[in-house]
Design a protein around this ligand. Structure first.
Ligand SMILES: Cc1ncc(COP(=O)(O)O)c(C=O)c1O
Length: 398
């Protein structure tokens, strides 16, 4: 059975880095649940996170129930029933448009938690400054629905707004954040400087836990913002908590030649289990599992009695395969990879770095069995925390 395996030791390592940055900068660093919501890992993250960022009521409930701490909510649009419930327990509610803010303004301002300051209200703004290269993940593309451009804020009644939020980055460094903040400052600096604004949320997309991320530059930017503008600064990365913490382990089901390619069909699907492979598009690092001592590849985590041989580009090593899914989608292909020895039916392959934006996005497309979710504990023990079966497949289809 295919399995997502998450290393608690690796999660702890990332969490410690983020917590050091939070301490040094004074930023509040939240976990973006859209990237990773496996609550059985929250004991590892909780001591290091200020709380969670949620994309709506369900994630907010999950945050309050399983993480605790600060619950910051932003959604492109709230249903009235959703907002009514969020008012009871969220700490930040950020609105995506002027009409949403004006529609709910009176309801929010008359709520005791807003009046007492337990809940603060903000606007997601759009600095219209692109630093990314993938339009699908760029909220600053022309015609974007995400965030209010400065021109749309002119003359709007902001009484009751005490926060500003922007999210524009994706897998980026401190310099891109600095450049974005400077662009944001040009359009929204006067508003940020006004005494009504108490918090600035600079979204996610910060690759803070990557070894080459310039954490000193981030720390000094956050300190500067706190000092110059007298606001609390929030960051809400998702990927940075989880990068290089887990794998997806798959099994080879079939091997055959067709139209000049050697195909290996696996028990996992790019579409159903690792959609970024198709959406970004993204080429994962792949390893073949070998008996202990027979190889020396280094995926994010290593299991007892296993070692790993890194796959190469197509034709780089002796045996090239097109790794495909057991679904009917013609493009459900993970890519062309080569191996030092021929693959056999039953061999296991590892897809590296598969914790974030995977488990939260899986489907039962084509009825492909859902991989189990397992935690790798510090003592090397594996513990299954999710094992969906046929009944789950049937139930979710109605
Ligand atoms: C509003 C918002 N905040 C935070 C994040 C988390 O981003 P990342 O996982 O890239 O750090 C996202 C991701 O899309 C987002 O849309």
């Amino acid at each position: 059975m295919a399995s997502f395996i998450i290393s608690l030791t690796a999660l702890q390592r990332n969490a410690q880095v983020l917590s050091n940055v939070a301490k040094a900068s004074g930023a509040h660093i939240l976990l973006a649940l859209k990237a990773f919501s496996t609550t059985s890992c929250f004991d590892t993250i909780r001591p290091h996170a200020a709380g969670c960022c949620a994309s709506g009521l369900y994630e907010a409930r999950l945050a309050a129930r399983h993480m605790g701490g600060h619950v910051a909510v932003y959604s492109p649009a709230y249903r009235e029933s959703e907002l009514t419930e969020l008012l009871e327990f969220a700490h930040h509610i950020d609105f995506n448009s002027v009409p949403q803010w004006l529609r709910y303004k009176e309801q929010c301002l008359s709520h005791p938690r807003v009046q007492s300051g337990q809940l603060q209200l903000g606007l997601r703004v759009n600095p219209c400054y692109s630093t990314g290269h993938t339009p699908l993940y760029d909220p600053c593309v022309p015609g974007s629905r995400l965030g209010i451009p400065a021109a749309e804020l002119e003359g709007v009644d902001l009484n009751g707004i005490s926060g500003l939020h922007f999210h524009t980055l994706c897998e980026q460094g401190a310099q891109e954040l600095i450049d974005t903040f400077r662009a944001f400052e040009k359009s929204f600096g006067a508003l940020l400087a006004s005494p009504r604004i108490k918090y600035l949320n600079m979204g996610g997309g910060h690759w803070i836990t990557k070894p080459d991320y310039d954490r000193a530059a981030l720390i000094s930017l956050v300190k500067e913002i706190r000092e110059c503008y007298n606001v609390e600064v929030y960051l809400e990365p998702g990927e940075a908590w989880c990068v290089h913490t887990g794998i997806l382990k798959a099994t080879v089901l079939d091997i055959f030649d067709s139209m000049g390619y050697r195909h290996a069909i696996l028990d996992v699907s790019a579409s159903a289990h690792m959609p970024d492979v198709l959406e970004m598009p993204y080429r994962p690092d792949v390893y073949a599992v070998r008996p202990a001592g027979q190889a020396n590849g280094t995926p994010a985590l290593q299991l007892a009695n296993e070692s790993y041989a890194a796959a190469g580009e197509a034709n780089e090593l002796a045996h090239t395969y097109r790794l495909g899914a057991p679904t009917c989608l013609a493009g459900d292909v993970i890519g062309d990879f080569s191996f030092d020895t021929p693959l056999q039916v039953g061999d296991e392959l590892i897809f590296d770095d598969m914790t974030h934006y995977t488990i939260v996005k899986t489907t039962h497309f084509n009825g492909v069995p859902h991989p189990t979710v397992q935690l790798l504990h510090e003592n090397g023990q594996l513990h299954t925390v999710c094992a969906l079966d046929y009944t789950d497949f049937e139930h979710r289809l109605g």
